[in-house]
Ligand binder design. Structure first.
Ligand code: IVH
Length: 717
């Protein structure tokens, strides 16, 4: 009986863990914190230890991670990419240290502490060419830990990934592998690793790639890039990414390398493997070597002799959190000496010689006062939590996103609920879970009714529509005042028609007074009408009118964006404007003609055609044309593929002349410069490259060959 009950509990936990693994590793959309996941996994481990006869091969305790997403070629890792066990406070870290020292016996223990970057891990494979240079041949995501996805094309666009490591830098490294202090010969590293391979189970040895050189590290999206990306997505009517980690993961799996190139990703290296075994000189030396090879290595690292030094480092880094420009979620601590690492070995999922000290998510407990429903420019109804103000990590949070009705139901949130609010970096705060009312807390009673999305638009009262299979409801009234306000704000936005001075308060007044019922009405406003409004003086009225008049010249691409056609964001608008040259041509284009444009697929073309098929939209466009808005663009605008990048050419390229290479780079929007500096994005090196190559190496500028350049140029074709 007891066994039966344990069996049911084990199955239940496994199902839950698989679900959360899938959310985390495949969908990049975890629902529970790492700590909650670990607690479940530990509980499963405990139950399985008590009932060993119930352990099965497919239990989450028996493997490394989740499964890779479809769409990319799957490649076996040279050795499993493991995970880390976590500790959450100094006491747990001290206990871990005691255990390490116990297991190490007489062997020396020294630690290397590094920041734990919140991104996703990546393995880079390098092969040696005829001249002894190492060339990037493959980039693999972690996948399920045994098999990763081949994202080489995308990885090549990450500027901090060297595409080539010159032979001169590798000198000494490859031969010296086995001869350094306290190290173990490469052969025995391999042998010790065999154990890990076995644990992984079912690995087809023939399929395992053992690159000569492999660098593992973390891909992150800097917070600034993340914010820019979300602004663009919002303008295109797409949902925003929840955090930089998801954004980085999504970007790396994008099937278009030039999109990846535009969203800046960074790569920080932390492991070096030779022929599938760890670099034998120890972790501190590994990081220095990676640095010398031209990889970006996080400078915030320390070698610590004692656990108290580690704790001081952990505290110090926590105080830097928020100033780094990218997200970290803790500190990774590794035993430095490889001989000690080998003695400590591995558990199923993680090395015993390393641990992650995880910072608590910046979170607070507060009461949900009200669930408001807002109406977006497309009519989408979104629930938003209004909170009793709570201070979290230096800011006061009063509202939090609830995403959609499913999320509210999953959380079980309703007015009066007590909730844990989490704030990750600069992301909009979100509700992590509903918690019991804290003791000694009064406040309003929880509503007896679960929250329901309204059947009608909360602003205009029109019945809301919910498409089959979709979570979201939409207000379908194109005259809905809320939609009009949002559309006008979007139209005036800096990145769109750039009408300075047309803020929310003014737009509210303009629509409520009936002066503006459509975008076109902005262009017939008079100074008299404006001065009649609250807080608008002669001078500000005049400058607003000037701004509005100036916006007529914004051009086809901007106007196309401003119309708010779903899925038509900045880049698509530019491509459409460049390909068709006029609003008329776009409005008349067939689906095939539209889809001949880069990045326009059936979904986008359908949305464009639907927009122009609508009579109201036709009338709006005609009126805007009559009011003098510019509706044309130079056809075949310059490509922006390499925009913002500076190249330096050196040596003789195999097929292109210097002049041809320059022309092609410039035609793609890139710049070519004669000398190498820190501002150089890439040095394109051919045969007999001279001092420029040396300079690039000295400054750590990425060096690529002609093939890589051609690939970048071809990215958008
Ligand atoms: S070592 C077997 N070092 O954290 C060793 N990982 O929670 C595992 N991470 O999968 C990796 N910064 O994606 C290591 N300095 C760092 C790291 C780091 C971030 C990530 C990595 C890993 C995860 C484990």
């Amino acid at each position: 009986m007891a066994d039966e009950r344990a069996g049911a509990a084990i199955e239940q936990l496994r199902a839950e863990l698989r679900y959360h693994e899938h959310r985390y590793y495949v969908l990049d959309a975890p629902e529970i914190s790492d700590a909650a996941y670990d607690a479940k996994l530990n509980e499963l481990r405990r139950l399985e230890a008590a009932h060993p006869e119930l352990v099965t091969e497919d239990s989450p305790t028996q493997r490394v991670g989740g499964r890779p997403a479809d769409g990319f070629r799957k490649v076996m890792h040279s050795r499993p990419m493991l995970s880390l066990d976590n500790v959450y406070n100094a006491e747990e870290l001290r206990a871990w240290d005691r255990r390490v020292r116990e297991l190490a016996g007489e062997l020396a223990v020294q630690y290397v502490a590094e920041m734990k970057l919140d991104g996703l891990s990546l393995a880079l494979h390098y092969a040696l060419d005829g001249q002894g240079n190492a060339r990037l041949v493959r980039g693999l995501t972690r996948g399920d830990g045994q098999t990763g996805e081949d994202v080489t094309g995308n990885v090549r666009t990450i500027r901090s990934v060297p595409l080539r490591i010159p032979a001169a830098r590798l000198k000494g490294l490859l031969e010296a592998g086995s001869g350094q202090d306290g190290s173990v010969p490469a052969g025995s590293v391999q042998a010790a690793d065999g154990q890990v391979g076995n644990e992984a189970g079912g690995v087809d040895a023939a399929a395992v790639e053992r690159p000569r050189l492999e660098v593992r590290g973390e891909v992150v999206m800097p917070i600034a890039s993340f914010q820019r990306m979300n602004e663009e997505r919002e303008r295109a009517g797409l949902s925003a990414a929840a955090n930089p980690r998801n954004a980085a993961a999504g970007t790396l799996r994008t099937l278009e390398p030039q999109v990846v190139a535009q969203r800046r990703l960074d790569f920080y290296a932390y492991f070096l493997l030779q022929d599938g075994g760890y670099f034998p000189a120890g972790q501190a030396a590994t990081l220095d070597t990676l640095d010398a090879l031209g990889f970006r290595v996080n400078p915030n690292r320390a070698v610590c002799a004692t656990v108290e030094e580690l704790i001081a480092f952990v505290d110090c880094i926590e105080s830097l959190r928020g100033t780094l420009g990218y997200e970290i979620d803790g500190v990774v601590i590794k035993v430095d000496q490889q001989a000690t690492q080998l003695r400590l070995g591995y558990t199923g999922r993680a090395p015993r010689w390393a641990i992650a000290y995880k910072y608590a998510a910046r979170a607070g407990i507060t009461q949900l006062l009200e669930i408001q429903v807002t109406v977006g420019r497309t009519g989408k109804l979104s629930p938003v939590a209004v909170l009793r103000p709570v201070g979290i990590g230096g800011t006061t949070v009063v509202r939090a996103s609830l995403f959609n009705a499913d999320e509210v139901a999953r959380l079980g949130a309703r007015p009066g609920s007590w909730v844990r609010v989490e704030r990750g970096g600069d992301v909009i705060p979100k509700i992590a879970e509903v918690v019991p009312r804290p003791e000694n807390e009064a406040g309003m009673e929880e509503s007896p009714e679960p929250f329901r999305m309204p059947d009608c638009c909360p602003v205009c009262g029109t019945a809301a529509r919910q498409a089959e299979g979709e979570v979201d409801r939409y207000c379908v009234n194109t005259d809905c005042p809320a939609r009009l306000v949002q559309s006008l704000l979007y139209f005036a936005h800096r990145g769109v028609m750039n009408i300075d001075g047309l803020g929310e308060a003014l737009v509210q007044q303009l629509t409520e007074s009936g002066l503006v019922r459509s975008i076109a009405d902005l262009y017939t406003l008079t100074a008299e009408q404006l001065v009649g409004l609250e807080r608008v003086g002669e001078k500000s009225a005049q400058s607003l009118l000037e701004e509005i008049a100036r916006s007529k010249e914004a051009g086809l691409a901007r106007l196309l964006m401003g119309l708010g056609i779903r899925f038509v964001g900045e880049r698509t608008a530019e491509l459409l404007a460049g390909a068709f040259g006029s609003m008329e041509a776009i409005a008349a284009a067939s689906a095939d003609e539209l889809e001949a444009v880069d990045e326009v697929g059936p979904k986008v073309s359908a949305s464009i055609r639907e927009f122009f098929a609508n009579e109201r939209n036709q009338a709006l466009v005609a009126r805007l044309a009559a009011l003098g808005l510019k509706m044309t663009a130079e056809k075949k605008q310059k490509s922006t593929q390499l925009a913002g990048w500076t190249f330096v050419l050196t040596g003789t390229l195999p097929t292109l002349s210097r002049e041809e290479a320059r022309e092609r780079i410039e035609a793609a929007g890139g710049k070519v410069s004669g000398s190498v500096s820190r501002k150089t994005s890439y040095v394109v090196a051919g045969e007999e490259a001279g001092s420029k190559l040396a300079k690039a190496q000295e400054l750590g500028v990425a060096v690529i060959d002609e093939a890589a350049l051609l690939e970048m140029l071809a990215g958008g074709e």
